[in-house]
Design a protein around this ligand. Structure first.
Ligand code: SF4
Length: 45
């Protein structure tokens, strides 16, 4: 199951936390199915 850590909008800050360009603070392990804005797009590669 993809997570925020797999999304183009995610920027890591520390190993367990990061920022989403759209939704603000998040964690890399949050399931993409729980994306508040339903805007998960997988990183290329
Ligand atoms: S757009 Fe959604 S899935 Fe992507 S990083 Fe932000 S909260 Fe996570």
């Amino acid at each position: 199951m993809p997570t925020c850590g797999d999304c183009i909008s995610y920027t890591p800050k520390t190993p367990g936390r990061g920022d989403c360009r759209i939704n603000g603070e998040t964690t890399p392990d949050r399931d993409s199915e729980r994306c508040p804005s339903r805007t998960f797009i997988p990183k290329a590669g």
